[in-house]
Design a protein around this ligand. Structure first.
Ligand code: SF4
Length: 488
């Protein structure tokens, strides 16, 4: 079996070691990409710092799925423009999906945006940073997936595999929860989504490489590993399908206490995968399977490729195989032409499925998508807001019922950190500043936040040394969004 050689810590660059700050927007894929970028730069002698004010290189790993996320990045870039006037040597970079979608235009408009790198080109970042330091002006690496799809996919996959394989698994900076990529990109072409254009076509990693990576992370202290893919149940590498992969990771890394995966596509979720979940206790009973709408008419317009009945059939099969299963969904309100009847159908789906949690998004047209070009954004904003509110209220009532059923029970939780950061503990300025130390400094008992195997959030009082470990907690109170309890 041939893999690109894992990246070795390289001799320090000829350019003086630099301090880097990375802020991450968007999904778990981006969190993982930021970790891989961080590890790549640490191996080259860079040092990670917790705030943009302390950094020589500031990187924003961006999301293009929603306009609000892009607006935040534009605002950050505005701040960096002012800062760069005071410190011209500061290097400002934009990575990820927004970089792929709009980075070239933004560089023309913003002279202080030194580096732009799309999600399929992240392995080229260190060389580009060196070019900027050497005075080459603005640089960028964007893939243009139309080209990659037909001619250079294998080479690109090999380079990205080296990035995944090169992650550092130093126990000093390892956190208890780690992500491992299983597939890259997406072939689904849902009408509203920019991901197939920014991340490119679906590709699948070698199962041996995935198992090996999980093993190394667990040896470095990982307690929970989440396998990641945009449509993870479509994983296929030779004869190995998703169910087989899941079983292999579980069976071949017996020291891993918790295994989960994200995100499932409602079509083609086989009974074989459900059986693997039902028969392997360390796989968490949790499924994130976005429906997006409860209206067949809109599902067709969205090009989702299933009907409401087919979605419900999956939910029935899954619940029958795994009675304790926690199901999480995504819904869009205000998709073009959505009527009151369509919206009522979506509410009905929530009542039928009884999700643990639903992430509700108000539709916003994204440049480059099919729906942006084809479907006028004709649902008024006040209607979107009202439907959003109505859906959240209904889901809160359902979530509260799920949570109340847990009151009085003992649950196993993975302790994630302090429930509320003291002002003095705050690290970084952004949404998800990538920092090396997740453990709060105080040890005299703090409010901690944790997650059950079904992904329920549980707050309790305990020693900060518990962060990163599994604990047992008795649930005492329930709200729609979380639980609270006491350490057993
Ligand atoms: S499945 Fe659809 S919504 Fe999900 S990433 Fe692919 S195109 Fe986007």
């Amino acid at each position: 079996m041939h893999y690109p050689a894992p990246m070795q810590p390289a001799p320090p660059s000829t350019i003086a070691p630099r301090r880097v700050f990375i802020e991450t927007f968007g999904c778990q894929m981006n969190v993982l990409d930021s970790e891989l970028v961080r590890d790549q730069l640490l191996a080259l002698g860079y040092r990670l710092v917790p705030s943009a004010a302390d950094a020589d290189v500031v990187l924003f790993n961006t999301c293009a799925v929603r306009a609000t996320s892009e607006q935040k990045v534009l605002s950050r870039l505005g701040v960096m423009g002012k800062r760069k006037k005071e410190r011209p040597e500061l290097v400002v970079g934009m990575l990820g999906c927004m970089a792929e979608r709009a980075g070239a235009d933004l560089q023309r408009a913003l002279k202080h945006l030194d580096v732009v790198v799309g999600p399929s080109e992240l392995d080229r970042l260190p060389a580009l940073l060196d070019e900027v330091a050497a005075g080459q002006g603005q640089v960028r690496a964007l893939s243009g997936h139309a080209v990659r799809r037909s001619r250079t996919l294998d080479a690109a996959m090999e380079r990205l595999e080296a990035l995944d394989q090169g992650r550092l698994v130093d126990p000093d900076q390892a956190s208890a929860q780690r992500y491992v990529r299983v597939t890259r990109g997406c072939n689904k072409m849902c009408s509203f989504c920019i991901v197939p254009f920014t991340r490119g076509p679906e590709t699948h990693r070698d199962p041996d490489a995935i198992v090996d990576e999980v093993r190394r992370l667990v040896a470095a202290g990982a307690v929970e590993v989440t396998l990641l893919g945009q449509t993870i149940n479509h994983y296929r590498h030779g004869e190995v399908g998703f169910a087989h992969l899941l079983a292999r990771v579980h069976d071949e890394v017996p020291e891993l206490p918790r295994l989960r995966f994200l995100t499932s596509f409602p079509r083609d979720f086989g009974d074989d995968a459900l059986e693997v979940m039902a028969t392997r206790a360390r796989i968490c009973p949790f499924l994130h399977v976005p429906a997006q709408s409860g209206s067949d008419r809109l599902l067709k317009k969205m090009n989702r490729g299933y009907t409401v009945e087919q979605y419900l059939e999956l939910v029935r099969r899954a619940r029958s195989a795994l009675p304790q299963l926690a199901i999480v969904g995504d819904m869009i309100v205000g998709y073009p032409s959505e009527t009151d009847a369509d919206h009522e159908a979506s509410l009905e789906l929530l009542r039928d499925v009884r999700y643990k949690t639903v992430y509700v998004f108000k539709y916003s047209p994204r440049p480059g998508t099919v729906s942006n070009a084809r479907d006028p954004d004709d649902v008024p904003d006040e209607v979107k807001r009202a439907r959003n509110q109505q859906m959240l209220s209904l889901q809160h009532a359902i979530s509260l019922e799920h949570h109340r059923a847990l009151v009085g029970t003992a649950v196993e939780v993975l302790v994630e950190g302090a429930a509320k950061l003291d002002p003095g503990d705050r690290q970084g300025s952004g949404e998800q500043a990538l920092v090396q130390i997740a453990r709060p400094a105080r040890t005299d008992g703090v409010r901690l936040t944790s997650r059950t195997r079904g992904d329920h959030i549980v707050a309790f009082h305990g020693d900060a040394k518990l962060v990163g470990t599994l604990a047992r907690v008795r649930v005492l109170r329930a709200t729609p969004l979380s639980l609270s309890g006491e350490l057993i």
